[in-house]
Design a protein around this ligand. Structure first.
Ligand code: HEC
Length: 145
């Protein structure tokens, strides 16, 4: 559990090798063609979250857990990137503490979703998935241009 949280936190901040996203994402890329580890990670997260939405809507805990698992494996390097300035949110970049707070909250909830998925607790998966979506929007409205 703890390992998962760390892995996914690392993953959000550092991630690379993201698969191409969907149309909406590609459109966003056209407007802002510069790649960044944060944006790459967003593409990964976006793909994962879409699978999560499908799996939660079908009440399939195993598929939810499987989708989340694919965010593993990019560990470490993490906070360093933020602190070294390698990663900067495009808006309100001076409010890094708030960014980190939202990021931590988001990843804590991802971890809770992973446990709910392993227990195939459908109601809890639904509640957490809605909360996570709020988390995407909350962070974007503060930090995405
Ligand atoms: C803690 C902050 C934070 C959270 C939580 C977050 N994002 Fe993001 N996201 C960002 C920032 C900042 C950008 C803008 C990155 C840039 O343009 O450099 C972004 C950009 C994106 C993009 C556009 C990428 C592009 O190429 O322009 C997508 C898609 C995206 N996020 C999906 C998601 C989804 C889906 C979730 C929730 C499941 C989510 N994000 C949660 C911070 C966050």
């Amino acid at each position: 559990m703890k390992r998962f949280l760390i892995a996914s936190l690392a993953s959000l901040i550092i991630g690379a090798q993201a698969p191409a996203g969907l149309g909406r994402t590609e459109a966003a890329e056209k407007d802002t063609p510069v790649r960044s580890p944060l944006r790459d990670e967003m593409h990964t997260l976006n793909a994962v979250f879409q699978k999560v939405v499908t799996a939660v809507s079908l009440g399939d805990g195993e598929a939810v857990a499987g989708a989340l698992h694919s965010m593993h494996g990019k560990e470490e390097r993490t906070a360093e990137a933020l602190h070294s300035g390698a990663v900067r949110p495009p808006k309100n970049a001076d409010k890094l503490e708030e960014f980190e707070r939202l990021d931590r909250k988001f990843h804590r909830e991802l971890g809770l979703l992973a446990s709910a998925a392993r227990g195939n607790d459908r109601q809890r998966m639904l509640t957490l998935t809605k909360r996570l979506l709020d988390g995407c929007v909350e962070c974007h409205s503060a930090f995405r241009r």
